[in-house]
Design a protein around this ligand. Sequence first.
Ligand SMILES: Nc1ncnc2c1ncn2[C@@H]1O[C@H](COP(=O)(O)OP(=O)(O)OP(=O)(O)O)[C@@H](O)[C@H]1O
Ligand SMILES: [Mg+2]
Length: 517
Amino acid sequence: MAITAETGKVVQWRRWAFANLGSVLSNFGSLWFLLAPLLAAYAPRRLFKTYFDLFLRRHARRLLAVVDPYVTVDISEPGGSVHYSRYGRVTEHDNTYEEVKAYLSDTCAEEARELRAEGAPEGDGVVISMRDGQDVADEFRGATVWWTSVVRENSQGQQRAHTRQCQRLTFHQRDRRLVVDEYLPHVRRKGREILFTNRRRRLYTNNKSCDSFRYDYKAWSYIDFDHPTTFDTLALDTAKKREIIDDLDAFRSNRDFYRRAGKPWKRGYLLYGPPGTGKSTMIAAMANYLDYDIYDVELTVVKDNNDLRRLLIETTSKSIIVIEDIDCSLDLTGDRATQQRRRQQDRGNSSSRDDSNRRDSSMVTLSGLLNFIDGLWSACGGERIVVFTTNHVDKLDAALIRRGRMDMHIEMSYCSFEAFKTLAKNYLDVDEHRLFGSVDEILSRDSITPADVAECLMTAKRAGSGESSRLEIVVDELKQRVEANAKAKAEAEAKAKSEAETEAKAAERDRDDRPEE
Ligand SMILES: Nc1ncnc2c1ncn2[C@@H]1O[C@H](COP(=O)(O)OP(=O)(O)OP(=O)(O)O)[C@@H](O)[C@H]1O
Ligand SMILES: [Mg+2]
């Protein structure tokens, strides 16, 4: 490369600079000394702020950790983001804040002096929480933590509209793992339990699957469940009642056992018996005892197995899924020949025809129902009870009610004397009376359902005054029921006999009309 006059000058400059490096630096130093105050005055403030922020972040925190070893965690009120799904508008809600608030209102609020009351989201109660700035201490496995209720402004601005309530947790940094891994999950778990017990229970029923194309379609509708029946008011033999309660207790408390044994945390009960023996009443008593929601599945409006599975996915845990009168809901014999024969029988009988039409409008199959009870999907969520009721246990497919699917078969039978005593206490507030002997005699001789006995007691309560007069009415009413039942039974038998004869004649005619092969 040729050395031009220009490059020659540069080289000369460099040589001069190296030779005079000391004086160049000292001149530059004095120049910086002169410029620094000017820069400080006129350079953008942000530059300095960022610089100092960085500096503080790197060094001051370490220093601070020695001086102030406490860590804080904020749990803020959620915004609730919204998205649209195939099933319509869904609001995503993080419940942590509500859970923490519930925990604090229950566990710590007693310590706080300045409180705030808000109406509970459900029911008539109020939720007590700490006022802003209040703090309370909590102990967990030897560590002390403090909760403070504060109002936090959003990062953008100071507008009041953008403030959020938050619960601030402060703890020593040596407890960081304990707090994050164990204390906070414990707080959420407890909070969830408190929220669950404070809320009203719900009775859900499924909507028609044929409406599922609508953008606002919901699989379940609900009302508040407010049934007064408990195991105390349920008329049932004491030993049987005890057995059922023990079974429910074992189910509820054995979460870890189910996990260890590799079993989904669910249990099936089959309630069978004549109409009016208290099957639906038993379900209400179970729900009240366990504090669970009820999902009452109307199978005839479920289009097919897919829709049935979707219903299951949308149930919550701590719930009882009920299918009432399962023998009437679907043709669940699983055997096509039997189904065909039944359809032929139904053709002559108008009420059976209606039943049959209802059954045929649904394409839910036995295998779909078996999957619903104990397929892979059924294990999602856990802590679920499935209850089937039927008047005709012998009509059901053996696979549907085998042990393991329906773990406990409970026969609901006619009213025993022991069950009568419970009803007499419920309706008339009578524990013992000389006429109880007559009642015992009637009940042990004849079959009367608890529903019939309850009706007799209602009549006696309305008509009589005084224990004796009321119990006399009860005895009379029971005798009349026995007579009426015997008459109805004789009529039903006569009708069944004449139908059987007509059917036999029709079958004979069919045989005669068929051309010989
Ligand atoms: N075991 C019982 N204990 C208390 N009350 C009962 C009992 N059985 C029936 N009853 C009374 O009779 C009414 C009807 O009972 P329930 O509806 O529970 O009968 P069910 O067995 O479900 O009848 P179905 O088979 O027709 O559905 C109830 O509202 C309740 O008042
Ligand atoms: Mg019922």
